[in-house]
Design a protein around this ligand. Structure first.
Ligand SMILES: C[S@@+](CC[C@H](N)C(=O)[O-])C[C@H]1O[C@@H](n2cnc3c(N)ncnc32)[C@H](O)[C@@H]1O
Length: 455
């Protein structure tokens, strides 16, 4: 690395132009080089690139810099599709081709597992992928107001709470990707000032718009939403912070899971796994945001669990029954456990509307003691767990007592997954298979599945 001129202290370093070799990506997908033995973090730079950068921040242990000129570009660099990529905080990796995004994600998981002293050669399986664009079926769009009251409709800027106005988002599924202009127009025409906190958009069979209303709607604004809803065939819901009510007539929100629509290689491994269920949900419920990856993920989970008609399966953090219902169509019995009572109720309704009588759902805080719960006294042959980002460290300590030989762990946070995996391995489990699932393409977020078995 050649330096152009020398900094003598932190203050002087700021503003300097230096030539930098980018060595790696950090956990957030930001390029990292070295200057005066300190890391330099450079947005929108990639490993093996040589860049001329301006130091914009000099801290005790690192610098932040921005690219002034690309001297040599990476062979993996691609032109970001999105015009908002530089300012919007939604995507981190659009400048890296999708194959290399997977390499980056897999490496990040490997590094975290290595830090937990877990086996260095993880039994990686092919990544689960779906379409690279127009994959996201649910998103929260921010609404803020400028000093003169003009609404700004968009996503947060990188490392900031301020919104960047968005015109179009190619990550959102087709029925949603142009919704921003419409929403901006509405926000501008509303008579109640600064009345909206944010807007959630959901596309299943119909587009649903959930408006977080900070002040009660007046007649004019209500009619405006109704007119727009009828023009675009939206279902509009109002969320007043306590409950969500339908403003327009609405059909129930639902998605179908069917093994016929999956596209992962070697669909059945020679063994047929048939399921066909419909999951109904309410606008505020958790659903997996990438329908294509969700379908493939469920199929792989079922494959890895090697289910038989004799199995009794425990589905922890089961939500609305996204995994429990397809599993129930393969096995003797499923027990799903979830923390949110309203989701447990909907999971029960989902089981009934899919004519499944071999599932039971229970509400429990899985981080608290399981001992008083009747479901924890049953015998299970297999378990699937899909916790939130916080992981399942406390839950796993109790799961260990059930001595279940096969565990499939679906994770949306590799750091907690690595920690939880350490606990399982320490207690006699082996990592049989692991794969990345590209649920959040172009972002730094990583979804992983691991199969653990115990002799
Ligand atoms: C990543 S979601 C997975 C949901 C479901 N498996 C699916 O695929 O749609 C995690 C779920 O865990 C639930 N959850 C989070 N913390 C919990 C806890 N301490 N006890 C029980 N459930 C919890 C959430 O309400 C959410 O439904």
């Amino acid at each position: 690395m050649a330096k152009i001129f020398t900094a003598t202290n932190k203050k002087k370093a700021s503003g300097q132009i230096i030539l930098l070799d980018i060595e790696r990506l950090d956990a957030n997908g930001c390029g990292v080089g070295r200057y005066k033995k300190k890391p330099v973090f450079v947005e929108n730079s990639l490993p093996n690139e040589q860049v001329k950068v301006k130091i914009i921040e000099a801290k005790g242990k690192f610098y932040k810099a921005k690219v002034v000129e690309y001297i040599a570009k990476s062979e993996h660099r691609v032109e970001p599709l999105c015009r908002h990529f530089k300012s919007c905080g939604g995507c981190d990796l659009q400048h890296l081709n999708t194959d290399e995004q997977l390499v980056f994600k897999q490496q990040k998981v490997s590094n975290l597992f290595a830090r937990e002293n877990l086996i260095s050669h993880l039994p990686w399986q092919p990544a689960i992928v779906s379409q690279p664009w127009h994959y996201r079926r649910k998103a929260r769009i921010g609404v803020q107001y400028s000093k003169n009251g003009e609404p700004i409709v968009g996503f947060r800027q990188k490392q900031s709470n301020t919104l960047t106005p968005i015109k179009q988002c190619n990550v959102l599924v087709e029925p949603l990707h142009n919704v921003f202009t419409e929403l901006s127009d509405i926000c501008r025409t509303l008579t109640l000032p600064k009345s909206i906190g944010h807007i959630e958009v959901i596309a299943t069979e119909k587009v649903s718009i959930v408006v977080r209303q900070l002040i009660q709607l007046n007649k004019h604004d209500r009619e405006l939403w109704l007119a727009k809803a009828s023009e675009h065939q939206w279902q509009v819901f109002i969320d007043d912070g306590k409950s969500v009510s339908a403003l327009t007539s609405v059909e129930s929100l639902a998605y179908r899971l069917c093994n016929n629509s999956i596209n992962i290689n070697d669909k059945s491994n020679g063994k047929s796994i048939d399921y066909d269920v419909t999951i109904r949900f309410e606008p505020k419920d958790f659903i997996q945001i990438n329908h294509g990856v969700n379908e493939n993920m469920i199929f792989q989970a079922l494959q890895w669990l090697s289910l038989t008609k004799d199995d009794v399966v425990l589905d922890l953090f089961c939500g609305l029954g996204n995994f429990s219902l397809p599993i129930a169509q393969q096995v003797k019995k499923v027990v799903g456990v979830e923390g949110v009572q309203s989701m447990v109720n909907k999971a029960m309704t989902n089981a009934a509307s899919n004519n499944l009588t071999n599932i039971q759902f229970f509400q429990a805080d899985l981080n608290a003691s399981w001992s008083e719960h009747e479901w924890s006294q049953h015998k299970y042959t297999k378990v699937l767990l899909d916790p939130a980002r916080a992981g399942a460290f406390d839950a796993i300590q109790q799961l260990l007592l059930l001595n279940i030989k096969t565990i499939v762990y679906v994770s949306c946070d590799p750091a907690t997954l690595a920690k939880d995996s350490h606990l399982l391995v320490e207690n006699g489990y082996n990592i049989q298979k692991i794969s990345i699932m590209d649920m959040f393409v172009h972002t730094k977020h990583i979804e992983t599945m691991v199969l653990f078995t115990k002799a």
